[in-house]
Design a protein around this ligand. Structure first.
Ligand code: SF4
Ligand code: SF4
Length: 169
């Protein structure tokens, strides 16, 4: 009686061992098959960067030299995050032109966008008559404070990040 119980335990022991080894082997086979057959879906950012689609809408850029203060962009903005001020050009002063030949009758004194509010809909760029307001491909503009998202496009320093992405797309 005790011999058959011991034989059963012996068999159960090896059966369990066999099942453990085979199920581990099956699991590892599935794992390695996945590792060998699938390309990585992650990249070593920031050393490696994704190339964005040509029409990707990232950080806005206003080439303020070509802005005619028409306020079309601010009027089109669904979240009212574009702030523009301008003054009339003094009488008799030469009226400069934009790169596409439009008269710059007003002097732009403020062009700010609160990019924390912006939803990147692109409406403002669509209505800009001089095409000076565009989406860039820059998505690296995290800030420590929310106020940092208000961009003053008359500040010459703002051009630096534009230059960075143009040089290093
Ligand atoms: S992309 Fe849309 S939300 Fe952002 S500033 Fe332009 S119109 Fe406003
Ligand atoms: S629509 Fe273009 S030209 Fe008109 S105010 Fe906006 S950025 Fe300037």
């Amino acid at each position: 009686m005790s011999t058959s119980v011991e034989t059963g335990s012996f068999k159960d022991y090896f059966r369990g061992l066999y099942q453990g080894v085979t199920s581990t082997a099956k699991g590892m086979w599935i794992t390695f098959k996945y590792v060998w057959s699938h390309k990585p879906v992650t990249i070593e950012y920031p050393e490696v960067r994704e190339v964005l689609p040509e029409k990707a809408r990232m950080r806005l850029y206003n080439d303020s030299q070509n802005c005619i203060s028409c306020t079309n962009c601010a009027n089109a903005c669904p979240v009212d995050c574009i702030y523009i001020s301008s003054v009339s050009r003094p009488k008799g002063e030469d009226i400069p032109k934009t790169s596409n030949g439009q008269a710059i009758r007003k002097i732009l004194t403020q062009f700010d966008i609160d990019t924390a509010l912006c939803c990147y809909c692109g409406l403002c760029t669509t209505v800009c008559p001089t095409e000076c307001l565009t989406h860039s491909h820059d998505y690296e503009f995290s800030q420590y404070a929310v106020e940092g998202f208000i961009v003053d496009y008359l500040d010459p320093e703002v051009k630096q990040w534009r230059d960075r992405i143009v040089k290093n797309p």
